[in-house]
Design a protein around this ligand. Structure first.
Ligand code: NAP
Ligand code: G4F
Length: 375
């Protein structure tokens, strides 16, 4: 039986990847941080009875800032594959905690690579590093002739997060070349899901849309509505992480959809999912969105009601204006074909958040929390 170790197993990608690997028959080990409150919501359904002899998911307390702890965990489980997904992954927050991000997102990767080497596992253990489209920084002239970022495009990170991740990218590549390790970077463009953290823009939008539609919230605030992102579904992207480690040669891969969309359009699409049409008026920090029409009898809101305002507090000191990736190498060489497009992503996130907010509404009104009430 193959053994995998996932750092960041409690995050969006870690939880989907753990599911995928368990389905494939792996024994899965995950590193979770000790927190004062429970942080395993996304994987609880995979980990119901830790004492069961057939429990194939095993959790270890750990942290990417602690070399000895990482070395001990790797020595204990001697993994065939390590997926290094652990990171402080919020770009805006990285401007507030730059040193910490350098330590976790940059040096954390080195600690894993070095532990594998020191334990003499460099021939056995394949390593996936969660690299990012933030490395490109959205510099227009660095796109290829077809207008995309690909594996050969130059990097120009625009945040402490991007700078930390560029160290992780290069140290992964360096260990591959210096020590012949099967260590790969997946340069993943934005990917989202119903499990996306609540402060990333897509989830912030789908949660707020659901709450506004249900009358639980009046309006919400966003930063740069002009920013454009290449958004895919996390389930498609974790499948590709696994494929990268099954490839014949260790290489770096771009994973993207090849389409880019503004934040404003994502807002429009989310409201359209519940039959609400919006009208945007004003420019820059004065832009607002209003209810134009409601075509769903369940979600009737006052026409002309203001539901979105720009708040500059969400602007970044340096912004990545536009990201769009070229996944041709992954499509051609590994046969990676995503199952979701942006419309099905928005549909998945909205139906999940409507269900969640209906549950909140029900509980707020004194209902009991019966597990399958809203399934
Ligand atoms: P996420 O939901 O924010 O999950 C991050 C995970 O890292 C969580 O399990 C978190 O633990 C853990 N973590 C944070 N600090 C840690 C530390 N010091 N030591 C050990 N673990 C730590 O992120 P994601 O969206 O799943 O992304 C997974 C990886 O892919 C990240 O490295 C991210 O930077 C990268 N990436 C993401 C995208 C994207 O669009 N999602 C695109 C490109 C690259 P807690 O649960 O305790 O916070
Ligand atoms: O959802 P975001 O916070 O994601 P961002 O910055 O693109 O980073 C995500 O994707 C990266 C891959 O490219 C990952 F490496 C990284 O770990 C993370 O998963 O913001 C997307 C865009 C930005 O341009 C931001 O300025 O949305 C804009 N935005 C506008 N209003 C907002 C908001 N972002 C957030 N988080 N909150 C807002 O209110």
């Amino acid at each position: 039986m193959k053994v995998a170790l996932i750092s960041g197993i409690t995050g969006q990608d870690g939880s989907y990847l753990a599911e995928l690997l368990l389905e494939k028959g792996y024994e899965v080990h995950g590193i979770k941080r000790r927190a004062s409150s429970l942080n395993t919501d996304r994987i609880d359904h995979l980990y119901q009875d830790p004492h069961h002899p057939n429990q194939k998911l095993k959790l270890h307390y750990g942290d990417l800032t602690d070399s000895m702890n990482l070395t001990r965990i790797i020595e204990e489980c001697r993994p065939d594959e390590i997926y290094n997904l652990g990171a402080m992954s919020h770009v805006k927050v990285s401007f507030d905690t730059p040193e910490y991000v350098g330590n976790v997102d940059g040096l954390g990767t080195l600690r894993i690579l070095e532990a594998v080497r020191l334990l003499g596992l460099e021939k056995k253990t394949r390593i996936y590093q969660a690299s990012t489209s933030e490395l490109y920084g959205g510099i227009p002239e660095n796109k290829n002739d077809n207008g995309f970022y690909d594996e050969n495009s130059p990097f120009y990170p625009r945040s402490p997060y991007g700078v930390a991740k560029i160290y992780a990218f290069w140290i992964t590549k360096n260990y591959r070349e210096a020590y012949n390790m099967f260590a790969c970077n997946g340069i993943l463009f934005n990917h989202e899901s119903p499990r996306r953290g609540e402060t990333f823009v897509t989830r912030k939008i789908t949660r707020a849309t659901a709450r506004i539609a249900l009358g639980l919230q009046e309006k919400f605030y966003l930063g740069n509505l002009e920013a454009k992102r290449d958004w895919g579904h996390a389930k498609d992207y974790v499948r590709m992480m696994w494929m990268i480690l099954q490839a014949e040669q260790p290489e770096d891969w771009v994973i993207a959809t090849g389409k880019t969309t503004t934040v404003r359009e994502f807002v429009r699409m989310s409201f359209a999912e519940v039959g609400i049409e919006l009208e945007f008026k004003g420019l820059g920090i004065n832009e607002k969105a209003y209810i134009k029409s409601c075509n769903n009898l369940e979600y009737q809101l006052e026409l002309g009601k203001e539901i979105l305002t720009v708040d500059p507090k969400y602007f970044r000191p340096t912004e990545v204006d536009l990201l769009i990736g070229d996944p041709t190498k992954a499509n051609t060489n590994l046969g990676w074909i995503p199952e979701h497009d942006l419309a099905s992503l928005v549909n998945d996130m909205m139906s999940s958040d409507i269900k969640l907010m209906k549950k909140h509404q029900y509980l707020k009104n004194g209902g009991y929390d019966t597990i399958n009430h809203f399934e």
